[in-house]
Structure formats: structure tokens, C-alpha cells
Design a protein. Sequence first.
Length: 223
Amino acid sequence: MDAKDLIRNRDDVLAAIAKAAEEAGREPGDVTLTAVSKTFDAETIRPLLEGGHRVFGENRVQESLEKWPGLRESFPDLELRLIGPLQSNKAGDAVALFDVIETVDRPKIAKALAKEMEAQGRKLPVFIQVNTGEEPQKAGVAPSETEDFFRVCRDEHGLDVRGLMAIPPADAVPAPHFALLKRLADRLGLPEVSMGMSGDYEAAVSLGATRVRVGSGIFGARG
Ligand SMILES: *Cc1c(COP(=O)(O)O)cnc(C)c1O
């Protein structure tokens, strides 16, 4: 994919977000597009930065360490969001590299992140990942445990929890999952909801997403 196509795809997604927001009586500016660049190398990503895009998501710490420090040198104002599972032995690297961690989902990780943020003097906003479909193989806290876990993160570990994030089951109609995540966030008074990917981000915007995460819809199919 060349630079022109990337920018055009990004603009098409932004236009679709704006349309879905307006139809839902929301402000288009209340929804931010995270461009999910996992598996694509720095040279593929760079034209999107040159075209003005600043918010990116990655799902692996190691892969991100290999490509983002160089890009950040050229674009210090970019925002890098971790949207994949985090192991506690990578918490230090994650805190050093990312600007937001969207996948806090168990006490051990909450504790490891708090400790690293303290040690590095770098307090990052975080999201709690919710396993809305209660799938055994998927990361995230169960919906019924979200409130307790939120209190542990905020009160025990002092984390700056800004919102909730979810990935609905691949084979399910996503709307009920989006509605559930939005309800949980509202109940906890959390302003941010990260939901919606290439196939369903318009539905997510209709149901209250403030962050959509679009990969293949911008970069094309992953190899
Ligand atoms: C890969 C990924 C996305 C983007 O998926 P696409 O279908 O390519 O848009 C969004 N969220 C998470 C957590 C991902 O891992």
C-alpha cells in the first residue's frame, strides 16, 4: 500500500466515524481513531505520521520496541496505545514506551504497572479490559467483576483509570457487547470507551465509543 492509499483509507474511516457520530446525535470530535499498526513495519507506518495522523495502537510490547522509538524521534507528539495482552515482566518496557495502556485486566498487572510508573516517574492513563463475552481464552475481567477491579486499580494501586476496553467475541453480533461496555463505563463514571474495529466501528460509535481501533481498514490485510 502506498502513502496516498494509506491517507485515503484513514480519511475514509474518519468520514465514516463522523457520519455515525452525527447520526447518533454525537459530536464527531468526541471519537478518536486509533490506527492499529501491528505487524506493519516503521517504513509502512511513517507516511501516515507524515500525513498528520498521531494516534496508534500496537498489541505486542516487543514488536513495538523494535519500531516505535525511531518513529517517536521524528514525531515526538505521537500517541502510542497498548491494546494487546501484557505480561508483568514486560511492564517496565510498556510503561517506558507507551502513552496509554488499554489492557489492564488482573491485579498482578495493575500492581506491576503501578510499581513501574512510580519507579519511572511516568503516570500513564490506563483502561480496564472487559471480557464482555466471558470467553475463557480471552483476556479481560468479567463484566460482573469490573466494578471491584476498578476499585482495586484506583484505590489500592492509584492507577489513573480513564475508561474500559473490549473485543467482542469474533462470531457474535457486536452491538450488545458494545452496549454492555458503555453501560459499565457509565455506571463507574468513566468517560472513555474503547471499542470497535475495522468490521464494526460504526456500530461502536453509535453505541458510545470514544476510541475506535482500526487496523486492516487503514493498512490493508495483515500477512
Ligand atoms: C488487531 C486489533 C484491532 C484492529 O483490528 P482490525 O480488524 O484490523 O481493524 C483492534 N483491536 C485490537 C485489540 C486488536 O488486536
